[in-house]
Each structure stands twice: as C-alpha cells, then as structure tokens.
Design a protein around this ligand. Structure first.
Ligand code: WT7
Length: 678
C-alpha cells in the first residue's frame, strides 16, 4: 500500500509522489562526510538502545542526565506518571550554567558560542558578531543583575519580544540564570497578541528592541509593546520595559522605559547562577489551541534541558572540536528556536548560528551565502522555506559552495516528497542525510526523527521514535492500528522533555492532552499523551504524519487557532460571522481561507477583502492574514449551531461532495457557498 501524502502542492500530482516515496536512502558512512564518528551508527544499535530507553526509563535517563552539570544530585529519575510525571526530583541545576558557565570553568571560555549575522548588507558585507562563552557569561550576569534591580525575583515571568539579535538569546539565558521563567513572543506578532500573553503571565518586565530588521524594513517592536501596554490600560501588569537599541529608529520614551546599555553598564558582572529545582519552570511558550485563548505551555528546568540537549546531540550528531557550525533558521520566538538554537545546542559546545532577517534579503540566495561564508555543517529549516526556495529557482543555491554541509533537517509540518528530493539534491548535493524531525511545542524536543548515521530515510516520513519515546498509532480505545492504517498519534510513557502543564489552567492541560485515549480503552486506566495529529505506521515501522485532527491550521509550520483568526475577523465592523479553515497552499503547505458573512450596509468586494486581510494582520500578525476571503450569506451549521468547518474545507480546496452532510441544518447554504469565489 502506498502512502498518499498531504495535498501540499496544487501542482503536484499523486503519481509523482507515489513514485518518490518508495525511495529509500540509507545513511552514509560517517567517513564519507568527515563529521567524526556517528553517535548512533547502525539500526541494530538504534533498536537495542531504543528498547532499553523505554523499558528501563530510570536506568537510561539516569545515565544520560550525567551529561548535565548538577548543583545537587537528584534522588530519583522518574516519579509518577501521566498526566503529571516528575523527573529528577531532589536535584538542583541551572540551565544557563549548563549552556554557558560550565564551559568557561572547563577552559573553553574563549571559544565561540554564538555566531550572529545581521540582515543589512553594506559595502563591507553584513555585520557579523561572534560571542564567546566568556562574553555570554558576562552579559547574562550583568543582565541578570539589571533585571533584579528592576524588581525581578525568582519565579516571576519575564516577557521577551525582540528581533533575532544575540541579545535575545542573552535575555533568555539571563532569565534562566536568575530563576525567572521567560515567555518569548515571536517578533512578528501584533500588539494584541503581546497584550494577551503579557496579561496571562502577569509579566512585570518586558524586554524588547527599538526595532528589528526584516526584509530591509524596520519592524517597530518597541512601538508594538507601547501599544500593547496602552490596550491593557489599568489592567496592565507591566512595570518596566527594558529596550535594546538595534535599529535606532525613532521611539517614544516613557516612564516605564529603561535603556539596555545603561542598565548593563550599571550592573555588576558578578551574578552566580541560581540553583533551581529540577521541576522548576524554565519557560512558558504560548501556542494556539482550538479555542480562542492561547495556551501557555510550561517547560521545566531539568527534564526539558536534558531532552533538548540529548536530542540535539543525536539528531544533528553534534560534537565539539570537529569544526561544526550548526544553523537553525527558526526564530527564537518559536519552540524550534528555544530548543534547537539555544537550550539543545549550547550544552553540546557547538557554535550556534543566528541570522537576523529574511531569506530573500537582499536576494534569494541569502541563506546559501550564509552557509558558504560560515561553512555551516548542520542546517535546519522548515518545509515551507524549502518550497519557497524551489519556487525562487535552482540558480540561487547553485551560485554557492555548499560543500561544508553534512546534515540537513526539517521541522514544522509534513514535507512533500518533491520538496524533500529537491532539498537532498540541490542543498545536500545528494550526500547529506535529511532528518525530518516530528515534534511539538509540547514535546520540548524531537519525538520522532531519523538519526543521521543509523536510519534509512524515506522522503516524507519522520521515520522512528527518539530514545525514551514510546510512540504509537492507535484507535480511540488505545489498541494499536495495523500497519498502514491511519489513527491517532500518541505517546504511551512519560519522557523528560514533555510539557508539565498549561499555565494557570490544569483542566485544559488534561482535557487537551490526556483525555482522548486510555490504555485498554478504560477511562479509569492510564491515559496516553495525544499529540492531536493523525498518523500511520508503515510495514517497516516508520511513522507518516497526516496532519492535525482538530481545527487548528498549520501555516508555514506554525499552528494557528481558527478561533483566534475568526475572533479577529468578527472584531471588524463589517463582519457578522466568520469561519476559517486550512486550504492547500503551494508555498506555505496550508494557507488560510476565511468565510465571512457581512453586516448590512457593507459591500462585498476586493476592497473589503484587502481591508479584512490587513485587519487580521494587524490584530494577530501577518502570518494569520487569510489567503482567501469569501463572502457568504450564511455558514453551514449543525442543528446545535456548530459551524461545520470540514464542509468549508472542501469548498475552499475546490473539492466536491466528499463529506457526510447528514447533520447539516440548511442545504441551501452549501449550494450558495459554492458560488462564492476566491
Ligand atoms: C505540529 C506542532 C515543533 C516545532 C515546529 C512546530 C506538525 C511538526 C512535523 C514533521 C509532520 C510535523 C504537527 C505537530 N509537525 N513537525 N516533521 N512532520 N508534521 O511546532 O507549532 O508546536 O506545531 O506541527 O502537526 O503537531 P508547533
């Protein structure tokens, strides 16, 4: 039986994909790549180690945990089970210490920890900074003290809304240093999104930049924070805004504002890392759910850090002293940046590259220019970016020497085999293994992924579970699906990197992740972690992810809640009701189609379409701007008034009549909707 990939591209026909996904690419011998030794070098080794890691969790993770530097050893490895397991109880450690200070102590202070390249390219080339472990130590210590002076005490959530500058990583690590969980908000989000998140976390301090470079323009970050604070009015918890000057754009300066440089100069560089309990919160990261309110996903100090660092090491075969330069193109505002720019890379003492701007600034070859200039060895990006590169043309990568590359990675959504093949040939020179890493904000790190030296790669499949992950495809009663039968993606045993909660909402945490599947189908039995994705396992045991099972839309590898976009639309005077669905999109994988019904007195037309698009971008961010806006007289609903989004999905995608309409209230509605145009 052949796999039918997600309809990611309109132009891609099924025959082409069916041909491609039967291909298998065995892992290269490490000698061929000049990477040093594989950490896991064969499938036999993988199988044995994976079995041990799920059967003897205490033994396996107790041993791996020795890779971290502990201030106080732990008493136990795993205590309790789903939904609220505890890892490494009794232990104390600090995440910043494990990313920074320990390497200074071990004599590596002058080695480069972060390589940074700015977006603008002047006559002398782009601005490049290399930050050593010693410098990171000094900067995080000063910032830690500066934050304390602003009133930060252990446990306070600090919000970070910055562009991709080294100071963003410094801010994250400084928070970790003094025991303040951070909440990083992606710099592309709007004031409303900032206000919602700051309020939910009761954040007293916001760290931001005057502006950030994006495609030759300055994103007014500080202004967005100012507006968010104004929106919150009397209910704003914000007491201080610490602002780093990057673009020197004009900004307003008010009572709450503090200057980064002045604060750093005034602060002492002596700020020991705070001893933190294993289960203390390291950070909060908001992600969309299927209801309107964003969820604050809680990650802990020991389990998360260990899991991110361990998966980072194995998936990318990270190893110090091998001239490795690792680059993940994500923004630190997403989990990918948290785990695989900062916390999962730095503890491995391999330099992590941060790039400030867009992939097409000043031209479409910018990424390849960066790879060549810094001799990048591991490169990690998203399928949506790969599809854009394909569209921009082969000439861009072909202009550059990409021979330094050894391992390629993807993350965020299923990759269509055509994009996988292009990535392998044009970027990887048919030599680099591709790791298609499946995971989520909630999992903390990779849960299903090839290992570059062990796993056969199948274009479009994320292949095999990571160590310690007991992944399965099951039916609702918990029984495992037969090979090639689609079902629910679950994880049956706790792993260290898993989320520990939804901030301030225990019920939502349990309802969302632990209420769908129980062992043996008995609701009084052990719950399984449900990822919310559909998947199937093939006859070789490889996993193929089929996409979200709920209404959440995955745009360019980022989850958007339909509700968030719908509430933004309804907030516009012209809109009475809105329903939003995902629609196949050539570049983004999935785009957003919005169906709206208008208030009387408003004219349907291109003008209003544009206005509504701009309105959503303004309310949530450009990433949520609908690709299609359709005006409808009414929306298809069930008798109980629930909008039937699955019917809208078909209409948006231009497919007809594949759905069960027996619960539809008014059949005329559907006929009329089909007449609406894009
Ligand atoms: C959802 C998680 C994890 C960082 C980026 C997105 C989808 C992620 C893959 C992959 C197929 C994937 C899933 C998942 N997803 N990686 N390699 N193959 N699907 O993080 O916003 O938490 O989204 O992204 O649907 O549940 P996120």
């Amino acid at each position: 039986m052949t796999h039918k990939p997600q309809p990611t591209s309109g132009s891609q026909d099924g025959i082409e994909s069916a041909l491609h996904e039967d291909r298998v690419f065995p892992p290269p011998a490490s000698a061929d790549l000049g990477l040093g030794k594989w950490h896991v070098g064969s499938m036999a080794e993988y199988e044995a180690e994976h079995r041990r890691s799920v059967e003897d969790q205490d033994g396996y993770w107790g041993e791996i945990a020795k890779r971290l530097r502990w201030m106080k050893p732990f008493d136990s490895v795993l205590s309790g089970g789903f939904p609220e397991p505890r890892w490494f109880e009794g232990g104390q450690l600090n995440a910043c210490d494990n990313c920074v200070d320990r390497f200074v102590d071990e004599g590596h202070g002058d080695e480069v920890a972060i390589i940074w390249e700015g977006e603008p390219v002047g006559d002398g080339g782009p601005e490049i900074r290399r930050v050593t472990y010693k410098e990171l130590q000094e900067q995080t210590a000063r910032l830690g003290n500066a934050l304390k002076k602003l009133g930060a005490t252990k446990g306070d959530v600090i919000t970070i809304y910055m562009g991709m500058v080294p100071e963003l990583a410094i801010a994250m690590l400084a928070c970790a240093r003094i025991g303040c969980p951070h909440s990083v908000i992606f710099g592309g989000f709007s004031s409303q999104a900032i206000a919602d998140r700051v309020q939910d976390a009761s954040s007293k301090i916001v760290i931001t930049c005057d502006g950030g470079w994006r495609r030759g323009k300055v994103v007014p970050l500080k202004e967005n924070v100012d507006n968010a604070i104004e929106m919150m009015g009397d209910t704003s918890p914000v007491e201080h805004v610490l602002c780093f000057g990057r673009c020197h754009n004009k900004i307003a300066w008010g009572e709450l504002d503090r200057c980064w440089n002045e604060a750093m100069e005034a602060a002492s560089a002596d700020c020991p890392c705070e001893p933190m309990g294993s289960e203390d919160m390291l950070f909060l990261l908001y992600t969309s759910g299927s209801t309107g309110k964003p969820k604050g996903i809680v990650h802990t100090t020991a389990g998360y850090l260990l899991y991110a660092a361990h998966t980072g090491r194995l998936t990318f075969n990270l190893e110090p002293d091998q001239n490795q330069v690792y680059w993940c193109t994500a923004d630190c505002g997403w989990i990918t940046g948290h785990s695989y720019i900062v916390y999962g890379i730095l503890p491995n003492r391999v330099p992590t590259l941060m790039y400030e701007g867009a992939p097409n600034a000043p031209a479409e070859d910018r990424f390849w220019d960066i790879v060549e200039r810094h001799k990048v060895t591991q490169f990690y990006t998203a399928p949506t970016a790969i599809r854009a590169f394909m569209k921009w043309g082969d000439e861009h990568p072909k202009k550059h020497d990409l021979s330094s590359l050894k391992i390629l990675g993807t993350v965020g959504e299923p990759i269509n085999p055509a994009a996988w093949m292009w990535y392998r040939e044009l970027i990887g020179g048919n030599r680099c293994p591709i790791v298609d890493t499946y995971w989520q904000t909630e999992t903390g790190g990779h849960v299903i992924t090839p290992l570059p030296g062990a796993t056969d790669q199948h274009p479009g499949s994320c292949t095999r579970p990571a160590f310690g992950v007991d992944a399965a495809v099951v039916q609702r009663d918990g029984t495992e699906c037969e090979a090639d039968k689609g079902g629910l993606m679950v994880i049956r045993k706790p792993w260290p990197g898993m989320l520990r909660g939804v901030f301030g909402d225990r019920q939502r945490f349990i309802d969302t992740y632990f209420s769908t599947v129980y062992e043996g189908g008995d609701v009084d039995g052990t719950p399984y972690y449900t990822a919310g994705d559909g998947a199937r396992r093939d006859t070789h045991g490889n996993f193929w992810i089929m996409g979200r099972i709920d209404d959440v839309i995955n745009v360019s590898g980022h989850r958007m809640g339909t509700m968030e976009v719908e509430s933004a639309l309804v907030a516009h005077d012209a809109v009475v009701e809105a329903a939003v669905v995902g629609v196949p999109h050539e570049i983004k994988g999935t785009g957003i189609a919005a169906f709206v019904t208008l208030a009387s007195g408003f004219e349907a037309g291109d003008d209003l379409k544009k206005q509504l698009g701009a309105h959503v971008a303004d309310q949530i961010g450009a990433i949520a701007r609908p690709d299609q806006v359709r005006f409808a007289e009414a929306l298809p609903k069930t008798r109980s008034g629930k909008i039937m989004r699955r019917l809208l999905r078909d209409i948006a995608a231009g497919v007809e009549g594949t759905q069960d309409t027996s619960t539809l209230e008014d059949f005329n509605v559907l006929a009329k909707l089909r007449e609406t145009e894009e």
